[in-house]
Design a protein around this ligand. Structure first.
Ligand code: ZN
Length: 250
C-alpha cells in the first residue's frame, strides 16, 4: 500500500468538515458481487440493454429474470466487507455526512451506514407497473428464484425498485446527492471507474465548489489528474487504512 498517499488522504479528511463518499460496483467486488461491466464471464454474452432495460423487461420478463437470477444469488449471499465497514465507521464519528452509491446491494446499510443515497435503487421493494402498488420485495425474490414471474393482483408486472438501463434516476434522490456534493469540502470516490452517467459527472459538482478529491479505484478514471490523492489499490485494504489513520491522529 502507498502509505504516504494514505496519510495525505487522512490529512485531507481530518481538515474537512463535510466529507461525502461516492461508491460503485468496485466496493462490493470483495464481497463477491461481480462488476458486470468487467470481464467476469457471467454477463459477457448479453448486452444489458437487451435484457435489463425497462422496455426489454416489459416485452420478456422471463428473459430479464434469467439474466438477473445469477446476480440475485450473489447479492443474497454477500456480506459487507471492510471497505463498507470503514465508511460506516466514518459516519459514526460524524465525519462522513452522506454516501452516494450506484450499487443496489444494500451492503452500505448492512454495514451500518444511514445517510445513503442509492442512485440505482435497491432490492427492498417492488412496484406494479400497472397500478403502482408498492410491496416488499422479499417474497417476490423468492418467486424469482423458483423461476416464477411476480405479478400483482391487478395482473400487472411487478418491477423491482431498481433503475433499469433505459430509466432515469429518481429525481428527488438525484437532487439530494447533488446538493450534498455542492456542500462537501472533501469527496472520496471509491470503487468506480466513473464511466456511467450521471454518477460519473457528480464529482464535478464537488470540484466546482472547491472540494478536495480522493480516488480509490483499481483502474484509472478521467478525474485522476484533478484528484488530490489517487490510490489504485484494493478498496477493502485502503479505506480501512485511511479511516484508522483519521481516527488515530484525531
Ligand atoms: Zn397492480
Amino acid at each position: 500500500m502507498d502509505l504516504e498517499a494514505i496519510d495525505r488522504a487522512a490529512d485531507i479528511m481530518r481538515g474537512a468538515r463535510h466529507v461525502i463518499a461516492l461508491t460503485g460496483a468496485g466496493i462490493s467486488v470483495p464481497s463477491g458481487i461481480p462488476d458486470f461491466r468487467s470481464d467476469d464471464g457471467l454477463w459477457r454474452h448479453d448486452d444489458p440493454m437487451d435484457v435489463a432495460s425497462l422496455r426489454a423487461f416489459c416485452v420478456d420478463p422471463g428473459r430479464f429474470y434469467d439474466w438477473f437470477r445469477p446476480l440475485l444469488e450473489r447479492l443474497q449471499a454477500a456480506q459487507p466487507n471492510p471497505a463498507h465497514l470503514a465508511l460506516a465507521a466514518l459516519e459514526r464519528v460524524g465525519m462522513l455526512k452522506a454516501l452516494i452509491t450506484q450499487n443496489i446491494d444494500g451492503l452500505h446499510q448492512r454495514a451500518g451506514s444511514h445517510e445513503v443515497y442509492e442512485l440505482h435503487g435497491h432490492l427492498r421493494s417492488a412496484t406494479c407497473l400497472r397500478c403502482d402498488r408498492q410491496v416488499p420485495a422479499a417474497p417476490l425474490l423468492e418467486q424469482v428464484r423458483w423461476s416464477e414471474i411476480p405479478r400483482c393482483g391487478c395482473g400487472g408486472l411487478f418491477k423491482l425498485d431498481v433503475v433499469l438501463f433505459d430509466e432515469l434516476l429518481p429525481r428527488g434522490l438525484f437532487w439530494l446527492a447533488q446538493s450534498a456534493l455542492e456542500t462537501c469540502d472533501a469527496l472520496i470516490v471509491a470503487g468506480t471507474a466513473l464511466e456511467v452517467a450521471p454518477a460519473c459527472e457528480m464529482p464535478l459538482a464537488a470540484l466546482r465548489h472547491g472540494a478536495h478529491l480522493i480516488i480509490v479505484n483499481r483502474s484509472e478514471t478521467y478525474l485522476d489528474e484533478r484528484a488530490d490523492v489517487v490510490l489504485r489499490e484494493d478498496v477493502a485494504e485502503v479505506l480501512p487504512a485511511i479511516v484508522e489513520r483519521v481516527k488515530h491522529k484525531a
